[in-house]
Design a protein around this ligand. Structure first.
Ligand code: ZN
Length: 104
């Protein structure tokens, strides 16, 4: 939540018109910057989720026994677990950033 009367992007004070809902941005460039940040975070999260889904599938198949996918990808279970843990951490980070951006 942004402080009352401060632009959610650049934190300069905003002159409120007193009518309608209070402005959240000082102008169009700051509104566009906020929209771009949210789009960028969404794209990053989607990419990471796609990678995580692929690695989880590979992990399940590897646990079930040798498969064409696990032979082609060539990852071991510990490698997959390390990568999945890293992906979960990054996803948590970007999701928290997105929640913050949406709350502004
Ligand atoms: Zn601004």
């Amino acid at each position: 939540m942004s402080a009352r009367g401060l632009c959610a992007t650049c934190r300069t004070s905003i002159r409120q018109s007193g009518r309608g809902r209070p402005a959240r941005y000082c102008g169009t460039p700051c509104r566009r910057a906020a929209e771009y940040r949210i789009k960028r975070l969404n794209r990053r999260i989607e990419r990471l989720e796609g990678t995580r889904d692929a690695l989880q599938l590979e992990r399940e198949q590897l646990k079930a026994g040798p498969s064409l996918l696990s032979m082609v990808a060539g990852h071991t279970l510990p490698e997959l677990d390390t990568r999945l843990a890293w992906l979960d951490e990054r996803l948590g980070h970007y999701e928290a950033e997105l929640i913050e951006a949406l709350a502004d």
